[in-house]
Design a protein around this ligand. Structure first.
Ligand code: UFG
Length: 356
């Protein structure tokens, strides 16, 4: 029988790419999304790419426990991938309660329902932001976490801890231990710490759909290139890096999605070495903002209007992953080049503009 994966936030940018890869790897998927930060564009794209018209879609808010509980009653769920969360760093500083309430309550509900329905495998969508500013690069999973610099980042750290504690507390749950409460079962967990996901599916049918002015670099670049924005501001050129601009580890969205498939397989096939595991999902390759801009111009043959601007508050100078553990344990490695990824981002922007 096919294993079934519940993808919360599955209509969004990362969720839609992961849904495609799961289906193509032979999983059944249930998508749950409240559409608070996206519409059904990407979900429709997922159906086209996979040729599957009957992917179950549940419009629910994971902050509603009863709705989550109903899903677990309706479907036999072998694993959950939890993406449903707010993700704008600046907004989280202005509205911390909104972020703590949404990001934590939804995850608590997913974990509670997982535990209450006989146990489940839970994959949490974490972030390299948990490492903060560090001089020791690249970062491994053992690198110490630094205090979060935003409520958004804090929700990632707290959620990792909640998952760790839940896994520990439920490890012994089983029919004999919890006599009379035999529907409760163990939760096993993996946290994937993403570096900077960019790009779009090679079909250009799904990609990032930022609402309003983009916060992140690549959508800002593509929107500037297409003429929706006048000029890209490069935030800071006086950092202690080779060219003075920040360095990040840009990970292709399809590569990132495949890491989820590998992690789900590890969980459902009983191959985890510990009940709670953490993996970096990055390329191991630092790229500066200026290098990324130059690569975009070159690979797509477009000229980008940009200027240097003051540093952006809260940005770390440089961060990139040591992806060795994921390679060894998940058998996963990023394969797409930055050029391929930037070409896919541009193809998606043109698709959106109806020019492709
Ligand atoms: N940048 C610019 N101009 C822009 C936008 C970004 O120069 O218009 C620069 C930033 O200063 C940074 C780099 O591009 O040096 C990357 O910025 P992004 O906003 O694309 O990504 P971040 O590294 O800030 O974001 C990552 C993750 C987030 C996470 C955040 C936490 O993508 O999900 O780290 O700090 F929340």
């Amino acid at each position: 029988m096919k294993k079934r994966v519940l993808v919360s936030g599955g209509a969004g940018y990362i969720g839609s790419h992961v849904t495609v890869e799961l289906i193509q790897a032979g999983y059944d998927v249930v998508v749950a999304d409240n559409l608070s930060n996206c519409d059904l564009t990407c979900f429709e794209g997922v159906k086209k790419i996979t040729g599957k018209d009957d992917i179950p879609f549940e419009k629910i808010d994971c902050c509603d426990y009863d709705a989550v509980d109903r899903l677990f009653s309706e479907f036999r769920i072998d694993a959950v991938i939890h993406f449903a969360a707010f993700k704008a760093v600046g907004e989280s500083v202005a509205e911390p309660l909104k972020y703590y309430r949404n990001n934590l309550v939804s995850f608590l509900n997913i974990l509670d329902a997982s535990k209450n329905h006989g146990g489940c495998n839970v994959l949490f969508s974490s972030s390299a932001t948990v490492y903060g500013e560090t001089d020791v690069l690249p970062v491994t999973e053992q690198s110490p976490r630094q205090p979060a610099t935003s409520p958004y980042g804090n929700t990632k750290q707290i959620s990792e801890d909640i998952l760790r504690d839940t896994v520990k507390a439920t490890a012994a749950y089983g029919a004999e231990v919890m006599a009379g409460m035999d529907r409760q079962g163990p939760v096993k967990g993996i946290a994937l710490r993403y570096f900077n996901p960019i790009g779009a599916h090679p079909s250009a049918l799904i990609g990032e759909l930022p609402r309003g002015v983009p916060n992140n670099l690549v959508p800002y670049i593509t929107q500037t290139a297409i003429g929706k924005r006048e000029c890209l501001s490069i935030f800071g050129n006086d950092y202690p890096t080779p060219d003075g601009t920040c360095q990040r580890d840009y990970i292709d969205i399809v590569d990132l999605a495949k890491a989820h498939v590998a992690a789900v397989a590890r969980m459902v096939e009983g191959k985890m070495k510990k009940d709670y595991e953490i993996f970096n999902v990055g390329t191991g390759r630092p790229v500066s903002v200026l290098e990324l801009v130059n690569a975009f111009e070159k690979v797509n043959g477009v000229k980008l209007n940009y200027k240097f601007a003051p540093r952006r508050a809260g940005d770390v100078t440089a961060i990139w992953a040591d992806p060795t553990l994921a390679e060894k344990e998940l058998g996963w490695k990023a394969v797409r080049t930055v050029e391929e990824t930037l070409a896919s981002a541009w193809a998606w922007e043109k698709h959106l503009a109806g020019k492709a």
